[in-house]
Design a protein around this ligand. Sequence first.
Ligand code: ADP
Ligand code: MG
Length: 146
Amino acid sequence: MMASFRSEYVTHSAEETIALGRELVERLSPPKMVVLTGDLGAGKTTIIKGIAEGLKAEAQENVTSPTFTLVHQYRGPSATLYHIDLYRVDSQRQLETLGVDDLRDDRSLILLEWGEKFERFRTEADAEIRIDRTGENDRKITLLTR
Ligand code: ADP
Ligand code: MG
């Protein structure tokens, strides 16, 4: 993604990453599509727990990986969060059945784990949250926005 703004954070526990997610909400006001990049176990789902809480859409313990269901929806008072995991989505056809475009409206915040697998999301995304594992419990988290 071509980024104009970059913010870097370091966290030392899952709880700190969730807290950061809560704080990042003010920078992710809808409508937005955000790609989350980082290896398996980096903390993509974990930071989304915080984002869901920041939006007052769902408690962190109820936000789980949509690895098999592919899309989870959480409604907040002023935004609807769509949490999508494209790890198991490999073809254009499979992607189309998800209907990501139909989710876009004024209130939607669409968060795509593994969104970078598809060129269209690399181009279309309004922001990227990049998570690098720098130690057992240490993460470098970068927010890139246009
Ligand atoms: P992903 O969705 O990127 O595959 P998850 O969020 O599901 O990753 O898993 C991240 C794992 O790493 C969790 O087990 C979490 O408890 C652990 N973890 C340890 N330290 C951190 C940290 N600083 N930030 C986020 N997760 C962490
Ligand atoms: Mg995940």
